[in-house]
Design a protein around this ligand. Structure first.
Ligand SMILES: [Zn+2]
Length: 395
């Protein structure tokens, strides 16, 4: 374990996990973390670079790309995957209205919609004005996979993330629409800085080579396919939707997955204002438990458990993610960020707790047993027989 460091500019620590190819993720894998240089995290280093980018010329690049694909016969010319939150709201609306594209929006359904999440999803379609395919995996199987991912990896969100990353390219192949747009590149928040120099999502995040009809290195919820079939009674026909796409099919369809954030200077708060104005998006009335924000990641009741587990494993909760991003975008100061993290990051999200237990079909005692298994000793200590969060950012 390396020494715990907090970035000098934001509030992220060097234990922030980087994106991995989720469908290859197994329990024994070593986790990659964000890089630090001279006490500054790579997300803050990239923020400086982002300020130097010539955004007008990036916009021209986008125009050239759209000119190449724009439909001349009313057919769809690009795919925008999303939930109808602020980012996909912006992406679809901007492509349609600024670039004259005809996007097909596609949605990989959340586990359990919040009321406002469902409302925002419908507003995206009704106010923004888009066609949409809502794709829902077999709910019974998805619940089981979510529980297994929670037990085995401490990562209940994993089956969802796999589906979400793949839904765009999958629809591209299925409907022969080569161009796919996601919003911002997660690399902005701390993968390799170099990843931001390409507009494209690497194909390895959503496709793989098949041999005799099988993906070579496929793991789901921390298990190999055969283990899920043999030991967890899952019918293999319901696993197909989680599998990466065949690289040959991607090649044949000419699928290109772009990040709009490469072409447009991304700022989550600005995207929020834009979505309110143009796609009927509404923030929550109250702040999200575990943070102080009201408009990010609010459509799925499992989101709360996801961020609670990132506190358990990495000492990083939702307030840390929100504050780091807002410090970089100059919405709050680092001092304000630190006090927000101290106040909210470790708050237990009780709001949907009972519903999540029911969804996962799990008893309270078992739930805590699993959580305790993943507590990172760098961030948690038993004091008077109670787990307490330690090593919280101070300055
Ligand atoms: Zn930083």
């Amino acid at each position: 374990m390396s020494e715990l460091l907090y970035c000098k500019k934001c509030v992220i620590s060097n234990y922030r996990p980087s994106s991995v190819v989720e469908f290859e993720n197994k329990p024994s894998d070593e986790k990659p973390y964000i890089n630090f240089k001279n006490g500054v995290c790579s997300a803050c280093i990239f923020k400086e670079i982002k300020e130097q980018i010539d955004w007008d010329s990036r916009k021209q690049e986008l125009e050239v790309l759209c000119d190449k694909y724009r439909s001349k016969n009313h057919s769809y010319d690009c795919i925008v995957p999303g939930s109808g939150g602020k980012d996909s709201g912006f992406t679809a609306h901007y492509l349609k209205n600024e670039m004259g594209m005809n996007p097909l929006t596609v949605t990989w359904a959340p586990h359990i919609y919040t009321n406002n999440g469902w409302r925002n999803f419908q507003a995206w379609i009704d106010v923004g004005g888009f066609d949409n395919f809502l794709i829902h995996p077999n709910g019974k199987v998805h619940k089981k996979l979510t529980r297994l991912a929670f037990e085995k990896l401490g990562h209940p969100f994993q089956p969802f993330i796999i589906g979400q990353k793949m839904v765009g390219p999958r629809m591209s192949v299925l409907h022969d629409i080569p161009l796919v747009f996601y919003g911002e590149n997660q690399a902005e928040y701390g993968n390799n800085i170099e990843d931001n120099y390409s507009p494209l999502m690497e194909n390895r995040f959503f496709s793989s080579t098949y041999k005799d009809g099988k993906v070579e290195n496929f793991y789901l919820s921390g298990y190999q396919e055969q283990e899920l079939i043999d030991h967890h009674n899952i019918n293999p026909k319901y696993l197909e939707i989680y599998k990466p796409l065949d690289s040959n099919k991607i090649k044949k369809a000419g699928t290109e997955v772009h990040f709009l954030g490469y072409y447009y200077k991304w700022d989550p708060q600005e995207m929020y204002y834009y979505a309110v104005e143009n796609t009927g998006f509404r923030a929550n009335d109250t702040r999200t438990q575990g943070s102080y924000s009201k408009y990010a990641g609010i459509d799925d009741k499992i989101d709360w458990l996801h961020y609670f587990m990132t506190v358990v494993k990495f000492g990083i909760g939702r307030a840390t993610y929100d504050a780091s991003q807002e410090i970089r975008n100059e919405k709050i100061t680092r001092e304000e960020g630190i006090s927000l993290v101290q106040k909210y990051d470790n708050e237990f999200p009780e709001i949907y707790f009972e519903e999540i237990l029911e969804y996962l079909d799990i008893e309270g005692a078992k739930f805590w047993e699993i959580v305790d298994k993943f507590r990172n000793p760098l961030f948690w200590k038993k004091i008077n027989n109670q787990w307490s969060r330690i090593n919280i950012i101070e300055n």
